[in-house]
Each structure stands twice: as C-alpha cells, then as structure tokens.
Design a protein around this ligand. Structure first.
Ligand code: PBE
Length: 267
C-alpha cells in the first residue's frame, strides 16, 4: 500500500478530539505549517469518539491518523507510533504545571505548600488512570494515596491541618487531569480542606485562575500544548512549576502503517 493510497483512503482527514483542546490547536497549526497537509482537515469531536475510531481502524487494519498524547492507555492497548514532527509543531517533551491564583499563598498557606510540593511521575499517573478503568477516579486516587504514603508525607510534612476551608481545583476534562486533580483532592481533604473539582476547557482554566474564580490547577500542559492560553493570562496567576515531566502530544498512527513522519502524508 502506498502512502498516497493511505492518505486518500482516510480522505485527508486527521481524527481529532474536543475543539477546545491544546492538541486541537497544535494540529490546526500543523495543517498550516506543513505544505503537504494543505489539503488536509482535522475532524474534531471527542476523545471517546477518537478512541472508538482508532479501535475500529485497528480491528480492520485500516489506516488512521489521530491526535494522541502520553501518558495514555492507548499506547498500552495498541501498537502505535508518533509521526515524526520535523517542524516541531507539537513540541518535544511536555511537562504539566501547577498554577494558583494570586493571593492563595496568603489566604491558604497550607494548601499552597502542598500544591507547591505536589510532584509525581508518569508511572504514578498511569497507575491511577489504569485503576480508573474499573473504579471511579476518586477511589483510584484514594488507592494511589494509600499505596504512596511516603510521597504524600513529603508533600504534607509539617503542614498544619485546617478545619473545612473550601478550595476549588480547576481541571481539564481528560483522564490525565482527572488523575492529578483527584489525588490532590484526597490529599487536601486529608488535611481538612473541603475540595471542589471543576472541569473546564483549557482556555477557561487559565481564565478561572487568573480571575480568582478557581484557586488552583494542576492541568496546564507546557511548554507547547497550552502555550497560547498561558501567554494570554501570563502575569495574572502564579506558576508553581512542574508537577510531572515526560508528557507528549502529536499525530499518532498504528504501527502497521508504512509512514514515519508527518511529511510522509501525501498532499
Ligand atoms: N490533552 C490531554 C489535553 C491536555 C491533556 C493533551 C488532550 C490538551 O490537548 O489540551
């Protein structure tokens, strides 16, 4: 099968996810940056629909190009590869940052300290995501906390308990962020906080923290995925740095497809 066949077979269409995602924006940028993609389109819908389309294509050994990211179970479930991105549109290694509203340090120093210390590895996040395939995220997060008491103790060491102070964490609606937000929720509740989780689009997440509607978020993907949103509100929130390193976004295809680079897609 030639690459031209592959491209026409999938009707020059990349199977995307939610319109508001950072990766959707990056994919639109790729359609502009890569000359060979000038006639291509991104079809957005939802993460669930993308995963269904990917599974169906793989069942039939058909070609498909999706917007994909790690950590994600799709890489454990299927044999997949990222297409090389010589123009660097999707960035390299991404990290996930923690941002808080201005004044949080003064208003809730205990939560601020815990959020500032919150840091874990992709394998930790993956274990919560995997457990959450069978139980809800809250239980999966509780299980991770129970099994990682030493790490949690490093985050909470010397922090005074509080008595029911409400705190609102803003997250984006993907499993990676459901994992971190729910683990933060369990840890902050252990400390005596009354935690609300509010899922929103990435642009709204930055706006909410900038305007003080939400207290904190562990969901910004940087330096590339959410850069445009970050820059729009830069200076209006406090960046507490990385909570996870080793994430990635890009165009993803089944390994049986005979292409390696975005440049191999035919115009
Ligand atoms: N994602 C997962 C999100 C951030 C986390 C890569 C799909 C996005 O593109 O905005």
């Amino acid at each position: 099968e030639t690459t031209a066949n592959v491209s026409s077979e999938i009707e020059y269409t990349i199977t995307g996810i939610e319109p508001g995602a950072g990766i959707t924006q990056a994919t639109d940028n790729a359609l502009t940056e890569y000359e060979n993609l000038s006639g291509w389109e991104q079809e957005t819908s939802s993460t669930a629909a993308m995963l269904t389309a990917l599974g169906d294509a793989i069942d039939n050994e058909e070609p498909i190009v999706v917007t994909g990211w790690s950590p994600h179970y799709m890489f454990a479930k299927y044999d997949l590869k990222y297409l090389e991105d010589p123009e660097g549109v999707f960035g390299g290694v991404e990290y996930i940052a923690t941002i808080v509203r201005k004044g949080l340090k003064e208003d809730m120093p205990e939560a601020y300290t815990i959020l500032d210390r919150f840091q874990w590895e992709p394998a930790d996040m993956e274990s919560v995501m995997l457990a959450a395939q069978d139980i809800d995220f809250e239980k999966a997060a509780q299980q991770w906390v129970d099994e990682n008491q030493e790490t949690v103790a490093e985050w909470t060491d010397g922090v005074e308990p509080v008595d029911g102070t409400p705190i609102e964490l803003v997250l984006t609606p993907w499993d990676t962020e459901r994992s971190s937000a729910n683990v933060a929720k369990v840890v902050l509740e252990q400390q005596g906080y009354d935690v609300t989780l509010t899922p929103v689009d990435p642009s709204v997440m930055f706006q909410a923290i900038a305007e003080g509607d939400g207290d904190a978020s562990l969901a910004p993907w940087m330096p590339q995925t959410h850069a445009a949103f970050y820059e729009e509100y830069e200076g209006q929130f406090e960046d507490l740095g990385k909570n996870l390193t080793g994430a990635k976004i890009g165009l993803v295809v089944p390994s049986y497809m005979d292409i390696d680079s975005i440049e191999d897609l035919e115009p």
